[in-house]
Design a protein around this ligand. Structure first.
Ligand code: PLP
Length: 364
């Protein structure tokens, strides 16, 4: 274990930050880049801060090979703000938009979108208690829908799309809050991608939005200027004060990611980490159970239950005492959830796997 900390964070968000990033923040907090002041004291117009934004965008573009015809926006408000801002930003009309319902977060998205537009559920796995991604052949996408929305990784349910669905001629939109940067991504398959930062990108307070440029210029007049994709793209995300500290930390995370081998290396590590936990679950003879169909299991949020549900609290408390923090499942879902984002080291996943085996020995 890292000698400077008391344990590992398995928090679903705000989540673990890479150790070298935390060290760097501490080291340069009082004097940023020779400016004689802290980054958090710099005006956002200062050249040193403009460099931070430019470098973060450049590294993000390189990591995901983002094509030039996509704008990269650094906004505030979290993914939850985007739930309601997407429809008017994309100029949704009478027909409304199509949504795929796969768990807790897509339901939240749908509820919020329904406040501002007509929502049609093109597919849902509610009927099987969100244990899978609905078979694409059964999707009922309307040709006049403004877009089709999916949640690529259901953070609370542990379900994930492992590739982009194929939807002809309608922009695909994704909430990628919990799997952004955790694996290679074909950006060109998507019209809009948005993600809260506090899972894999940096601290809370920043929301990254990628928009294909042909979708700009459609916003309804009701969209506040600070959330208008077009205005923020024209202003390089500095229409108003951006979340300077969060962008700075995100920049450090992106540089760390690049030096650690990029998203392909992250994908390989995330596979190994999630497999280590699933191996224990699947080999436990039913002591631990994961309801999600194996092909659709998330590689960053492993959600499972103890067959004896009454032991869940004991499990989470004993894990915490062993330095394995924040393993309780989402409050609406229950059970146990291990979030294994990029900054969670493989040693943490191994420690959790060993703890789970030991816990079963003691309580099985
Ligand atoms: C965390 C999360 C959100 C909510 O993010 P906020 O920043 O709290 O708005 C939305 N969608 C998914 C998939 C998430 O994991």
């Amino acid at each position: 274990m890292d000698p400077r900390v008391r344990g590992w964070s398995f928090s679903a968000g705000p989540a673990a930050l890479p150790r070298p990033v935390r060290d760097r923040i501490r080291d340069e907090f009082d004097d940023f880049d020779g400016t004689g002041r802290s980054l958090v004291e710099l005006p956002f117009s200062a050249p040193a801060f403009r460099d931070v934004v430019a470098r973060a965008e450049r590294d993000l573009r390189a990591l995901l090979a983002i094509p030039d015809d996509y704008a990269v926006l650094f906004l505030q408000g979290g993914a939850s703000a985007q739930f309601g801002l997407l429809p008017p930003n994309l100029g949704v009309g009478e027909a409304g938009a199509d949504y795929v319902e796969t768990g807790y977060w897509s339901r939240r998205t749908i509820a919020e979108a329904a406040r501002v537009t007509r929502v049609h559920i093109a597919a849902s796995s509610a009927g099987t208690d969100f244990d899978r991604i609905p078979d694409e052949r059964d999707w009922r996408v309307r040709p006049d829908a403004a877009y089709v929305h999916v949640t690529t990784n259901e953070t609370a349910d542990g379900i994930a799309f492992h590739r982009a669905p194929r939807v002809a001629d309608i922009p695909l939109v994704a909430d990628m809050s919990s799997d952004f940067l955790t694996a290679p991504l074909d950006v060109a398959a998507w019209g809009v991608i948005y993600a809260s930062a506090q899972k894999n990108i940096g601290p809370a307070g920043l929301t990254v939005v990628l928009v294909r440029r042909d979708l700009l210029g459609r916003a309804h007049r009701s969209v506040p200027a600070v959330f208008d994709y077009t205005l923020q793209a024209e202003a390089a995300s500095m229409f108003n004060t951006p979340p300077t500290f969060a962008i700075y930390v995100a920049g450090l995370v992106l540089a760390w990611l690049r030096d650690a081998g990029g998203v392909a290396a992250m994908a390989a590590a995330n596979r190994r980490k999630s497999a280590a936990i699933h191996d224990v679950i699947d080999g436990s003879g039913g002591f631990y159970r994961c309801a999600v169909r194996p092909a659709d299991r998330s590689r960053v949020n492993v959600c499972f239950r103890l067959a004896d549900e009454a032991l869940t609290g004991t499990f989470v408390a004993a894990a915490r005492d062993a330095g394995l923090f924040d393993l309780a499942g989402h409050s609406r879902v229950g059970g146990v959830r291990a979030s294994l984002y990029n900054a969670v080291p493989e040693a943490a996943a191994s420690a959790l796997a060993a703890f789970m085996r030991d816990f079963q020995q003691r309580h099985g």
